[in-house]
Design a protein around this ligand. Structure first.
Ligand SMILES: Nc1ncnc2c1ncn2[C@@H]1O[C@H](COP(=O)(O)OP(=O)(O)O)[C@@H](O)[C@H]1O
Ligand SMILES: [Mg+2]
Length: 290
């Protein structure tokens, strides 16, 4: 429901053909220039009838442009905020450490100062993560993705054991493909870290597999965790979306950016209370193979 006109409340929906926001009660009531809207709508409709595939790909492209623009604006905002809070944080942390050093060992305020220092450090880490979120160019190298996943899994060994998680690995032999190893490693680690964080119940199984499906390498990462509520799933790739106390909700937006930079796609399926599966598909076309 959106309030657009005076005090009356209208249901706004997206026109399936034109993609413009219109009132579901009266499709033309909010378009400034109704003739223009009708013209545009008719054009779209006839394009849809004549060339449905072209029309749908145009629609996808528009959605992608919209998402890219939104991510760009959010990054710009994050950049400005981090820029503003970095210097004050450094001085708060610096002065707090100095005060703590000069406090007598039995001063009751020592505990409070320690809390201030810990919290400032956590905020500094968060700011650093946001700064690192800025994307750079890819550095592509011929990579055996199954071997890369084995490296990642080895890195998580201690955490998996500590959380009593059973790992089921099924890594196929794959053709080498060109990847930015560091970025892909970090992206897949983010998905695995989320999976580990989601598993709190008695059954804790992390299943990771790789397959070559026609010209694509498919990586599947499943957990038996708490799942994602149906009404939240559409937001999980948005920067700063998090359900955790100390998010910061940048993991999956980074993952999506890295996957898309490799011309890949990422999909998610989740059943609340049962678990979540992320599927990453990366083209392994002839030119990308070793
Ligand atoms: N495997 C998963 N199981 C359940 N929820 C998940 C999973 N992966 C992601 N999510 C949800 O998506 C949100 C965004 O994830 P992410 O971008 O990595 O940010 P963060 O981990 O900092 O919250 C998480 O807070 C969580 O709600
Ligand atoms: Mg995360």
């Amino acid at each position: 429901m959106d309030r657009l006109n005076g005090n009356k409340t209208y249901n706004l929906v997206t026109d399936p053909v034109c993609g413009m926001k219109v009132s579901s009660d009266s499709p033309f009531s909010f378009v400034h220039n109704q003739r223009e809207y009708r013209f545009c709508s008719d054009k779209c409709r006839s394009l849809f009838q004549q060339e449905p595939e072209l029309f749908l790909s145009m629609q996808n492209e528009r959605q992608m442009l919209f998402e890219q623009e939104r991510t760009r604006s959010l990054k710009k905002m994050a950049d400005q905020i981090t820029h503003e809070i970095r210097n004050p944080l450094t001085s708060i942390g610096g002065f707090a450490r100095r005060i703590l050093k000069n406090l007598p060992d039995d001063a009751p305020d020592r505990e409070y100062m320690k809390r201030v220092i810990e919290d400032v450090e956590r905020l500094e880490q968060m700011v650093n993560r946001i700064v690192r979120f800025e994307s750079e160019q890819l550095t592509l190298e011929k990579t055996d993705l199954s071997a890369l996943i084995q490296e990642i899994v080895d890195m998580f060994d201690v955490l998996l054991r500590g959380n009593r998680i059973t790992l089921k690995l099924s890594l196929e032999e794959l053709p080498e493909i060109f990847l930015d190893r560091a970025k892909m490693k970090s992206a897949l680690s983010n998905i695995i870290k989320n999976a580990i964080e989601a598993m709190e119940g008695a059954e804790r199984i992390l299943t990771i597999s790789t397959h070559l499906v026609s010209d694509e390498v498919l990586i599947s990462i499943s957990d038996t965790g708490k799942g994602i509520p149906t009404d939240k799933i559409k937001y999980i790739f948005d920067p700063f979306f998090t359900s955790k106390i100390y998010g910061p909700g940048l993991g999956l937006s980074f993952v999506k950016e890295v996957v898309q930079a490799h011309n890949g796609v990422i999909e998610v399926k989740s059943t609340p209370g049962r678990g979540t599966t992320f599927k990453v598909k990366i083209p392994a076309g002839k030119e990308a193979r070793g």
